[in-house]
Write a protein that binds this ligand. Sequence first.
Ligand SMILES: *[C@@H]1O[C@H](CO)[C@@H](O)[C@H](O)[C@H]1NC(C)=O
Ligand SMILES: *[C@@H]1O[C@H](CO)[C@@H](O)[C@H](O)[C@H]1NC(C)=O
Ligand SMILES: *[C@@H]1O[C@H](CO)[C@@H](O)[C@H](O)[C@H]1NC(C)=O
Length: 187
Amino acid sequence: MKLLLLLSVGLGLTWTLQDQTLVPVQQGFHPEQVIGSWYTLILASTDPSAIEEGGAYLCYMTGIVLLDNGSLNVTYFHREDGQCVKNFYIAEETDTPGRYTFEYHGKNYLTFVEVTEDFIIIDLENQSEEGSLIVTELHGKTLSTDDIGWDHYYSYICRRGIEIETTVELPLSDCPSTPSRKQGEPY
Ligand SMILES: *[C@@H]1O[C@H](CO)[C@@H](O)[C@H](O)[C@H]1NC(C)=O
Ligand SMILES: *[C@@H]1O[C@H](CO)[C@@H](O)[C@H](O)[C@H]1NC(C)=O
Ligand SMILES: *[C@@H]1O[C@H](CO)[C@@H](O)[C@H](O)[C@H]1NC(C)=O
């Protein structure tokens, strides 16, 4: 029993350092399930500075559009020089349904770990020679995603070897978010 436990802890550690094929992806993924508007609820990262004020990955995702060629147009807000700036990136399909790549401070993998009608869990990984930077995100269809979404999110970040203390809850206070925006209204 103890040995098994040790073994699985050891596997968990190496798993975080390995390639994307080990990042779980939603089975039976269809892009139609993720298009539309979203509210970013919480972020966590292996590098907390990436999601702190001024960090490259402190982003508030607001919507996903499916393009004709299968790529996704992901709209987000990011704070730059104290201003909240709207931006987008194009995520290209990979051979694995539910996994995409995009360019942002280098090459990133985007994986839809879990997709429900109520919430999505996204795993972002920026791989470079210095190692990999992982950001995990929980997005809800509304601001009040049920407990299941939060439970699954916290289990996932543990599985990814990320400290719960690194989490940042959104919406960003001075980025346009729900209060200033009508439900379902596109940007
Ligand atoms: C898909 O279309 C978008 C928008 O035109 C473009 O930026 C992207 O490079 C295209 N991707 C592929 C794989 O053709
Ligand atoms: C992606 O969506 C943004 C709106 O958020 C739009 O300005 C941009 O033109 C779109 N890009 C593509 C390639 O469709
Ligand atoms: C992401 O990876 C690129 C190399 O692909 C590296 O130059 C960059 O510093 C990384 N970004 C972050 C925020 O770690």
